[in-house]
Design a protein around this ligand. Structure first.
Ligand code: ADP
Length: 476
């Protein structure tokens, strides 16, 4: 384990290069791992291409049996898997355990859903003709995923692609490969035939380019930044690579004056800082109606001050380190710019005293902001909660939609009219009404505008890896 996985074997990079994996809470090197490049990627694609006819020719029932066994393996080894996720990502142990349970659930759900990839029989306009639509697995899929959810991100795409009958070349983020190794291991233990799933870590740009260059790789499923998503879109014309893109977000939260202020402030302090704010659907721009703004800010600040920072293994920890020094510095930089724009930091925002090592930032609440603030225009991806205000529904919607992103939005109100009008007017792929977790394995997850294209999860997630074919029979 802890190497590249190609054609059913754990191997080194062809040129022998390696990289070091760092624990973001301690800054210690925890593993030395192979560092692949384009040549390894082409080799993996070739293997996946050769494995495709047999895997795509199995019934969904055979595939489901393997995927469900892999899900059980993940649940049975939960403690070990979660521990490695904490070591590589720094997230609290309870969050790591929860994430692995969701990842296992994704394998089980797609295992079942592939059995229902129904086609259609279409009534035709001619008596002598019959039209049928069937769905067939697409081919070799490249899956490139981000570090914020080391198990959940790969699981969404791997489970759907494998269930659909595709073979996979996966490239998890270089900062969180341990969870991906465990996931491969679970699938192998469950009987996944060799060559069906191959795994690389290494030079991301070179591997991405090789995927785009290679005509047998039919699609890239990408979870990550809008910046890299654009690079992939630019390159996709070379060999007509299809793309599913799950990119950045900058989710607005509309909190109307009729809510239970204390309850929403308390739950906001948890929701905003889950995974340290490193979540594409993270509630980010908090728009609070003027009538309750000050009360909300004061109560929220109290709850945020009570959050506990520490290593993921410490008891009761809510907030771990950010993933890398670069990520921490980019969040500190945004906070500095916000201060220069006359923002007021109500709490947090610095590096915690007494922690020499680790990429920690104290959770921050910031006020005195308007739409031009860097905390409104950038995806923060860190533990910063910026507060804004609005006056009435029209103002709230205009401010919420004032972003190139369109992934998730949240609305809190006890007024049915407000809830329905807001939900319908928000330009986002996911709208949560009176809840902080509007997504689920069984539901489509995808963004509008610069937040991406295509969907993960739900039956939509399966169809991302199936080609539609019309079979038309004439002369009858
Ligand atoms: P970063 O982590 O560098 O800020 P992302 O969050 O977008 O960038 O990373 C998401 C995934 O995209 C990771 O697996 C990363 O290695 C990969 N990646 C980064 N740059 C490229 C690129 N030029 N082409 C393909 N994948 C890339």
């Amino acid at each position: 384990m802890n190497k590249l996985f190609i054609n059913g074997e754990w191997v080194d990079a062809l040129d022998g290069k390696t990289m070091e994996l760092v624990n973001p809470a301690t800054e210690e090197v925890i593993a030395t791992l192979p560092y692949a490049d384009a040549a390894d990627c082409h080799a993996a694609i070739d293997i996946a291409h050769r494995a495709f006819p047999e895997w795509s020719g199995t019934t969904p029932y055979i595939r489901a049996a393997i995927l469900k066994k892999a899900a059980d393996h993940m649940r049975d080894h939960l403690a070990e898997l979660a521990k490695d996720m904490v070591r590589e990502s720094g997230k609290p142990l309870a969050e790591a355990k929860g994430e692995w349970m969701v990842a296992a659930g994704l394998f089980e759900w797609f295992a079942e859903e592939a059995k229902r990839a129904y086609g259609r029989v279409i009534p035709t306009s001619r008596k002598d003709k019959r039209s049928t639509v069937i769905y067939q697995p697409m081919g070799v899929i490249g899956v490139i995923t981000a570090w914020n959810f080391p198990a959940y991100n790969p699981a969404r795409a791997w489970a759907a692609a494998l269930a659909a009958g595709c073979t996979v070349v996966a490239k998890p983020a270089e900062s969180t490969p341990l969870s991906a190794f465990h996931m491969v291991n679970a699938l192998v233990a469950a009987g996944l035939p060799k060559g069906v799933l191959n795994l690389l870590i290494g030079d991301a740009a070179a591997i991405g380019d090789a995927m785009l260059d290679n005509p047998v790789l039919r699609k890239i499923s990408f979870t990550g930044s809008t910046r890299v998503g654009k690079i992939l879109m630019d390159g996709a014309s070379r060999t007509h690579t299809k793309l599913s893109l799950e990119l950045g977000g900058n989710a607005p939260v509309l909190i109307f004056g009729d809510v239970d202020v204390d309850a929403i402030a308390q739950s906001a302090a948890v929701a905003r800082f889950r995974n340290n704010g490193q979540v594409c659907v993270a509630p980010q721009r908090f728009y609070v109606e003027q009538s309750i703004y000050h009360e909300f800010a004061e109560k929220l600040t109290r709850y945020v001050r009570a959050l506990k920072i520490g290593e993921g293994f410490e008891e009761g920890v809510n907030i771990g380190p950010l993933i890398t020094r670069r990520q921490r510095d980019s969040v500190l930089d945004l906070l500095e710019k916000a201060r220069e724009q006359q923002a007021t930091v109500l709490t947090g925002g610095g590096r915690p005293a007494g922690r020499e090592k680790g990429f920690f930032i104290e959770p921050a609440v910031v006020t005195g902001l308007d739409q031009s603030s860097v905390l409104a225009t950038n995806e923060i991806f860190g533990p910063v909660l910026p507060l804004f205000t609005f006056d009435g529904l029209d103002d709230a919607i205009a401010k919420a939609n004032d972003t190139p992103y369109g992934l998730a939005a949240y609305v809190f109100t006890n007024n049915l009219q407000t809830a329905i009008h807001a939900a319908e007017r928000l330009e986002f792929g996911i709208v949560g009404i009176n809840e902080w977790a509007p997504h689920g394995t069984e539901a489509p997850f995808g963004g509008w505008k610069s937040s991406g294209q295509g969907h993960e999860g739900g039956s939509e997630g399966l169809y991302e890896y199936l080609e539609k074919k019309l079979i038309s029979i004439g002369g009858l």
